[in-house]
Every structure is written in structure tokens, then in C-alpha cells.
Design a protein around this ligand. Structure first.
Ligand SMILES: Nc1ncnc2c1ncn2[C@@H]1O[C@H](COP(=O)(O)OP(=O)(O)OP(=O)(O)O)[C@@H](O)[C@H]1O
Ligand SMILES: [Mg+2]
Length: 597
């Protein structure tokens, strides 16, 4: 094929492939532009997770007509002029390609006024014909951009969009993230006509962090302060309060939200130095001279490259470690002359806390002539309910024939390590993990209640107020119906607070905040929640929270009841998360082991 130059529209669409991956990337670019334009109020309005419509309104300095026409041209920017500017860029944008990229893959409408020209300007772009209509308009100083039907003209990309709910949640994360470094600006997010995030100007960085992450972190919020040379790390972390995922960890480099392995690694090392499980909330602002960080590494500008990454690593690790240790122990933790050797593991996908825990690692003795393996692990685990029911479920790798239930009741011999029930069954010795067994029983009970539309509730004497934080409350809101279906009497109270007047009986003695936090963790990690999956998630969280824990002595009757209920459950072999419940040691293997056979 002879070489030819590509038409501008196609060039823009190719660029859009890198800049605009999903609705959240459009929101990110438009918010960045609004921030760069000095806006103090930024409103984001969505329809159907942004797939149908994204509108971003700002009260920034706007554009003249000539500038507006240029703005949607490729490589047109007001933010840099030459290469040197690139090395000292302080604005969030600088590539001059966000608007033309977005306009090439959506029905794009821009209205803007710089407050000085006689009239405002409206520009409409049609991605199918590439035509642009420029018209006079009326509006106050500022800019509004409306993006409709994203990827309508690129079906291959539209196909990759996730459910509206999942796209919406990514957008909530983007908006709440950008609100963190700009506390004096107001951010609002509306989804399908409802306000889901409302962040009025906050008095301080700290107040904004509490607005975004939730009032319940306030008592544990400690300041991060560290400076090494001209690198300074400041921000906040929760001391003693941890979450099931890293969703409450935000890293900013000179005000830019980044995903960076040096920073996440430093934060993990700092957090791992303490005995707590889970991940602290961290909001970290790293400031360093622009010349020491290359921001032009990736078209989406979410990655950076540090000139001296070990310097940055030490400052960040030290800052967070001191904050997590508290003032009394913070003194001599790390010094810049003693940087720890840095080893960055490849960033694997984070394990969602509730949906896919690591399978229980059972010790499998090496198979030698004198030693008969007692455990045949694969055979013990059946697919979790969800996988079994999902139509497109992949066949379980090396699945063997399902194990024979035998007489599960057997004879209860007792409890091992206050965690496992031991049974003498016709097949041999059986161990039942009391926690996961109870989880399975509670999960089934909860699921049956939803299916029969029979929520079980217990009224509370005084309603609980749960302040979720702006980002979480948007997610929680999307689960309210399912929570009601299992017995919650829950409604939005004011701002981000939810009032809970009744609970499912399993939770009455439990930690409701913890339950809701875990549910939100799992939801945020979930990519495409189907209604079935949402119900499953609510039930799985409830079961996990309310189930008998390990290291708890059980009476004979308790054990008998649990085993009987397990036998009646939908899958006595695996808990809702897919963890095995039962381990069988076959009698024949025991006999062989003692050379009786
Ligand atoms: N909301 C806005 N208010 C005022 N001016 C804007 C706004 N959005 C865009 N502009 C102007 O249009 C120009 C082009 O915007 P665009 O987002 O395409 O590029 P950029 O922000 O310069 O760089 P990047 O591609 O890295 O975002 C900007 O440089 C800015 O001058
Ligand atoms: Mg921009």
C-alpha cells in the first residue's frame, strides 16, 4: 500500500484512543481544563454513567470566540509555548489534545464566554461528518461542555464500556480525587437528575479530606509531613483505621492525580511496617520542582517519571510511616542517608476483599513412598454459587467430579483449635471450618429472603447515623434498594449521612459501619455489577460480618446445629467467596499412612 497522510478526523480518533478510554477519562480531562481555567465551582452532570451524556460546567475565565475555535484543533493549547515550558509546567493540561480527541468520538457541544466579549460562543461538532457549527450564544463567564453518546461513531470502543453503574463509580472516584487538592473550590456531581456528590468549599485540606472520605475517619486522621531536600510530602493518613482495599489512597504530584508505582510501593512499605491488616486511607501531596518530574510520559497524563525516584521513595515512606506511628514513635525511623533498597513488585490486580479472597492454602505433603497424601484439595471445592449460575462461567480449571457429601452429620468428635469442627464420617475424618460454614448458612438465608421478598428487620431504639463520605455515599446510594431487600431501613439523611432505623437480625450485634465499608470496597472493585451480583455481594458481606469467627469455642449443640444447617445449604463445600468449607481425610488414607492397608 502506498504511503499517505491520514485525514485529521482519523488522527483525532486515533489520539482519542489513548486519551479517552471511558466516560471517566472525559470527565477527568474536562475537570482538569476547568481547574486550569481558575474555576471556583465545577458541576458535573451525567446520564447513564456518562455513556449517554456528560456535562461539565465551570465558572472559569472562559474563552473568546477565536480561542474557542482553536481549542478544538489538535495541538492547540494556551498552556505551553516551547520545550522549556514543558519542563516547568504547572497546569494540569499541556498537550492540547483533550478537546479535539473528545470531539472526535462524541456529539460535542461547547459554550463559552470570557466575560469581556459582547456575546458568548457555541460550537457544535458532529463526529460523523466532522462538521463544526459556530454560533453566538448567551451565558455568564465560564465554559460548559456537553459530551453526548460517547463512542457512538466507534462501536468497537463503545462495546468495551462497562455497565452504567460501573462507569458511574469510576467517575465518582475521578471527581472526588480532583476535589482533594483544591479544597477551596466547589464540586458537584449529578447522576440521572440526582445530586450524588456535593462538596462546598472547605476551610482546609483536612476538612476536604474528611468531606471526601467520610467523617468517621476524623479521629484517626494524622498529618503526613516530610521533606528531603526540595522534595516535600504532606497530606493525611488514618492511624489505626484500615480499609479492605486501596481505594482510599490518593497520590498527587504537584497537584496532579497520578498512579505511580514508586509512590504506592513506598506507601505499602510504610503501612506494612505495622501489624494491622488492610490499607490505611492516604491522601498524599508530593511537591517537587517541576524540572525533577517528567509529566509527559503518558497521553492520559496519569503517570509521571521522577528524576530521582529513590529520593521520592524515602520522603514518602518516611512521611507516611511517621504519621502511622504517631508522634511518640515517629523520631528515628528512616533518614535520607539510609534509603532502603527499593524492590518494586509487579503491580498485580488488587484482590477484591469480598469477592475473591485467596483460596485457603492447605498444606499438601510431598508425595513420597512412605508418605500418603491425605488431602486432595481440588476435589473439595465446588464453584461458588455465582460462578455456578453465571451463564458464561468458564469451566473450572482441573475440576474433578464433585465430592460425595456422604453423611455430613457423621458423629461430632469435637472442636479443633477452636476453629474447626471434627466429624467421624463413614468416609473418614472430616474437618469443617466453622466460620466459612456459618457464612454459607447465613448467605443462603439472606439470599432466600431477597428472593422471597421477605426482608427480616429488627428496629433500633435509636437510628444509627452513618456518615459515608462523599465518594462512598454515591456508591452506597446505588445499593440502597438491595440493602432494604435484606432488611435495612436506610435512607439518605442529609449530605453524605445515612440514617439506619432497622437492621437485618444478623447485624444487630455487629459493626454496621464495618459491614457497609466492606460492601463499598467490594462494589468499587467490581467491574460490571449485575443485579444478581449486587444481591450476592450484599448477602456475602452480611454473612461474612455476622458469621461465627474462628478461635471461638462452640458447644456441642451449636456444632450440631451448624453442621445440620450446612448440610441443608445450597453448597456445603464452598462459602460464597469460593473458600472451601470442608476438608476430608479419607479413612483409607489414614489406614495406609499407618501401614494398615
Ligand atoms: N473549561 C475551559 N475554560 C477555559 N479554557 C479552556 C477550557 N477548556 C479548554 N480550554 C482552552 O482550550 C485549550 C485546549 O484544551 P485541551 O484540553 O484540548 O488542551 P490542554 O488542556 O491545553 O492540554 P491537554 O490535552 O493536556 O488537556 C486549553 O489550552 C485552554 O486554553
Ligand atoms: Mg486539557
Amino acid at each position: 500500500m502506498p504511503i499517505h497522510l491520514l485525514p485529521t478526523e482519523l488522527i483525532n480518533q486515533i489520539a482519542a484512543g489513548e486519551v479517552v478510554e471511558r466516560p471517566a477519562s472525559v470527565v477527568k480531562e474536562l475537570i482538569e481544563n476547568a481547574i486550569d481555567a481558575g474555576a471556583t465551582t465545577i458541576d458535573v452532570l451525567l446520564e447513564n454513567g456518562g455513556k449517554q451524556k456528560i456535562e461539565v460546567r465551570d465558572d472559569g475565565w472562559g474563552m473568546s470566540r477565536a480561542d474557542a475555535v482553536l481549542a478544538i484543533e489538535r495541538h492547540a493549547t494556551s498552556k505551553i509555548r516551547d520545550f522549556d515550558d514543558l519542563t516547568r509546567v504547572r497546569t494540569l493540561g499541556f498537550r492540547g489534545e483533550a478537546l479535539p480527541s473528545i470531539a472526535s468520538v462524541s456529539r460535542f457541544l461547547l459554550t463559552t464566554s470570557d466575560g469581556a466579549s459582547a456575546e458568548a460562543t457555541e460550537i457544535e461538532c458532529d463526529p460523523l461528518t466532522g462538521t463544526r457549527a459556530v454560533r453566538p450564544a448567551a451565558r455568564d463567564r465560564g465554559t460548559t461542555i456537553v459530551v453526548r453518546e460517547l463512542f457512538e461513531n466507534v462501536p468497537a470502543r463503545r462495546k468495551f464500556l462497562r455497565s452504567s453503574d460501573a462507569e458511574f463509580r469510576s467517575i465518582v472516584t475521578v471527581v472526588s480525587s480532583y476535589a482533594l487538592p483544591f479544597p477551596s473550590r466547589a464540586f458537584r456531581l449529578e447522576h440521572n437528575g440526582r445530586v450524588v456528590l456535593d462538596l462546598p468549599p472547605a476551610a482546609s485540606d483536612r476538612d476536604r479530606v474528611i468531606q471526601v472520605i467520610g467523617a468517621d475517619i476524623e479521629p484517626s486522621l494524622t498529618a503526613i509531613e516530610a521533606a528531603i531536600g526540595d522534595v516535600s510530602a504532606h497530606g493525611f493518613a488514618t492511624r489505626g483505621l484500615r480499609f479492605g482495599s486501596r481505594r482510599n489512597q490518593y497520590f498527587f504530584v504537584n497537584g496532579r492525580l497520578v498512579k505511580d508505582r514508586v509512590l504506592t510501593h513506598a506507601a505499602s512499605r510504610a503501612a506494612d511496617a505495622f501489624d494491622d491488616d488492610g490499607h490505611p486511607a492516604i491522601v498524599l501531596f508530593l511537591e517537587l520542582p517541576p524540572a525533577q518530574v517528567d509529566v509527559n510520559v503518558h497521553p492520559a497524563k496519569t503517570e509521571v517519571r521522577f528524576r530521582d525516584s529513590s529520593h521520592v521513595h524515602v520522603a514518602v515512606e518516611q512521611g507516611i510511616r511517621r504519621a502511622l506511628a504517631g508522634a511518640e514513635e515517629g523520631g528515628a525511623l528512616l533518614t535520607s542517608s539510609d534509603p532502603q533498597p527499593m524492590q518494586i513488585r509487579s503491580a498485580g490486580p488488587e484482590q477484591p476483599y469480598l469477592l475473591a479472597p485467596q483460596p485457603l492454602a492447605l498444606p499438601v505433603p510431598p508425595s513420597t513412598a512412605q508418605f500418603t497424601p491425605l488431602f486432595r484439595r481440588q476435589a473439595m471445592v465446588q464453584p461458588p454459587l455465582a460462578t455456578a449460575l453465571a451463564t458464561d462461567a468458564a469451566p473450572l480449571a482441573d475440576a474433578e467430579a464433585p465430592p460425595d457429601l456422604g453423611d455430613l452429620r457423621g458423629r461430632i468428635i469435637g472442636q479443633y483449635r477452636m476453629s474447626y469442627i471434627l466429624l467421624d464420617t463413614p468416609g473418614g475424618l472430616r474437618l469443617v471450618d466453622q466460620h466459612v460454614a456459618h457464612e454459607r448458612v447465613l448467605f443462603d438465608r439472606c439470599f432466600a429472603r431477597i428472593e422471597k421478598h421477605e426482608p427480616a428487620s429488627q428496629q433500633l431504639l435509636t437510628p444509627i447515623l452513618y456518615d459515608a463520605g462523599a465518594a462512598e455515599s454515591a456508591v452506597l446510594e446505588s445499593h440502597v434498594e438491595e440493602l432494604r431487600a435484606v432488611g435495612f431501613d436506610i435512607e439518605r439523611f442529609s449530605g453524605n449521612a445515612f440514617a439506619i432505623a432497622a437492621l437485618p437480625p444478623e447485624l444487630v450485634r455487629g459493626d454496621v459501619g464495618n459491614f457497609l465499608r466492606k460492601l463499598i470496597d467490594a462494589s468499587i472493585d467490581e467491574k460490571s455489577p449485575h443485579l444478581y451480583r449486587v444481591r450476592e455481594k450484599v448477602c456475602a458481606s452480611l454473612a461474612c460480618q455476622a458469621a461465627i469467627k474462628v478461635h471461638r469455642t462452640l458447644g456441642g449443640e451449636e456444632m450440631a446445629r451448624l453442621v445440620a444447617e450446612l448440610l441443608d445449604s445450597s453448597n456445603p463445600f464452598a462459602c460464597p467467596h469460593g473458600r472451601p468449607i470442608i476438608v476430608d481425610i479419607k479413612h483409607i488414607d489414614i489406614e495406609r499412612h499407618f501401614h494398615r492397608k
